[in-house]
Ligand binder design. Structure first.
Ligand code: FAD
Length: 412
């Protein structure tokens, strides 16, 4: 019997699983896929926490300020390159515009816009979905006092691909930058830039090489450690775009941390329901068995606690049929909060469907909105499955997922 069975391997599930394993709990994480980490920009958004804590029923109201800070420190503990500042931090998006972020890698944090300097955008030939002309225009608009130029780079390891007319994704590039050969090629290219821009370096000292893909392996673990070349100019990374190298390597890294701590994993397995049969020691409020489909088999997994981290509509945790009435949470069949109107006609307006999810008590146990009663005593709901928040307009996706995942792990 596991102390905790975590269902879902997105950001919230991994954080919960790692923290619970770190606390010495026997943990199993069951997941069908990687969740929305596939889209992760590399930056954890927390939003305006103080303001959101005044929104009725927002997940941040479940936690005190200390819990939010604990989650942030936990991220920094596992990702030491991530920095949190008292003042807002900004990074380049893949369009060359600037976006705010709360916890971001040191290598993404932009210099002061008021100062002057030079950006050299270094673009590998053949990079898919990346438009240097547009990017450079936007960068120049965002940093009016700065010079911006483009340098294209032929990557030997990709020469055959580009010769065949095949596009290179940001993940392909990141793969190459992670290798010793790729790091040396980058170091060589950056040395060339330094030579070319020696006058600018001499006059203002601030020349940054900007790269549109993950350049450094900063999700270091003993198993994923990669070679790091010395670069002769500072390098700035843009936030990730789909398919996200940051998300991909972060998910891999989290998996290593979890298993190194003794956590057990079932990947490609779908939790489908629970065994509701009451047993003598159960008051019907304690869930005991989860039913999981894995490799054509149906398995019954016993746990003392269950952490539901299956994401919302996008993560696959909430199923919607053709008729509205058929919306349901897919494992425990938990009652959902569903607004009367799902959408707003204005595209950029906050969309009510974003608030769909499970309401909980202050210990993240699911509630029946009609009666206000706790449905299961030993089930904790985390991340995107929680009701009453909107990651897009409130910009707090990472913050809610990390805080709730961490807090649930403290309760099991
Ligand atoms: C496009 C996009 C970009 C984003 N970018 C950022 C960003 O840059 N920064 C930021 O802070 N936030 C970002 N967010 C928000 C943030 O990523 C999400 O709020 C957060 O990742 C939600 O995590 P989660 O673990 O709750 O759910 P998910 O990431 O959706 O994970 C759910 C997991 O559960 C699994 N699952 C589902 N059903 C089952 C089942 N029955 N059995 C087993 N497994 C199951 C899925 O396979 C998946 O692994 C973004 C969100 C989106 C949609």
């Amino acid at each position: 019997m596991w102390d905790a069975v975590v269902v879902g391997g997105g950001l919230a599930g991994w954080i919960a699983g790692i923290r619970a394993a770190q606390r010495g709990k026997k943990v199993l994480l069951v997941t069908e896929g990687v969740g929305t980490l596939f889209y992760f920009s590399g930056i954890f958004d927390y939003g305006d926490v103080e303001c959101l804590r005044h929104f009725p029923k927002h997940p941040y109201t479940l936690f005190d300020a200390q819990a939010i800070v604990q989650g942030q420190h936990f991220v920094q503990e596992i990702c030491p390159d991530y920095v949190l500042n008292d003042t807002p931090q900004f990074a380049f998006t893949v369009l060359g515009t600037v976006r705010q972020g709360d916890l971001m890698p040191r290598s993404m944090a932009l210099p002061d816009q008021q100062e002057q300097g030079e950006f050299v955008l270094l673009v590998p030939e053949g990079l898919k979905d990346f438009f240097p002309e547009i990017v450079v225009d936007n960068m120049a608009r965002e940093f009016p006092g700065w010079q911006v130029s483009v340098k294209r780079m032929q990557v030997d390891a990709l020469a055959e691909w580009t010769r065949l007319g095949k596009n290179v994704s940001s993940v392909d590039c990141a793969n190459i930058w992670r290798s010793e050969e790729g790091q040396r090629a980058l170091a060589h290219e950056i040395e060339e830039i330094k030579r070319q821009y020696s006058e600018a370096v001499r006059l203002q000292g601030k020349v940054f090489v900007v790269l549109p893909s993950l350049v450094r392996e900063y999700f270091d673990s003993s198993r994923t450690k990669s070679f790091r070349a010395e670069f002769s100019l500072p390098v700035l990374e843009m936030s990730s775009f789909v398919p996200s190298p940051h998300g991909r390597y972060f998910a891999e890294y989290l998996k290593h941390i979890f298993t190194d701590l003794g956590g057990e994993l079932m990947i490609g397995a779908r939790a489908v329901s629970i065994n509701e049969e009451p047993t003598s020691e159960s008051q019907a409020k304690v869930c005991q068995e989860l039913i999981v489909n894995s490799m054509g088999k149906s398995l019954r997994l016993k746990g003392k606690n269950f952490i539901l981290a299956t994401g919302g509509l996008l993560g696959g945790g909430i199923k919607v049929g053709m008729a509205r009435q058929s919306i349901c949470e897919g494992v425990f069949d938990l009652p959902l909060f569903v607004p009367k109107e799902w959408s707003e006609p204005q595209f950029f307006a906050p969309q009510p469907f974003a608030l769909i999810g499970v309401e909980t008590d202050q210990f993240m146990r699911p509630l029946d909105p009609a009666s206000g009663q706790v449905v299961w005593d030993n089930v904790y709901v985390v991340g995107r499955m929680l009701a009453h928040w909107d990651p897009w307009t409130q910009r707090c996706g990472g913050g809610v997922s990390v805080t709730s995942g961490y807090a649930a792990a403290e309760l099991v």
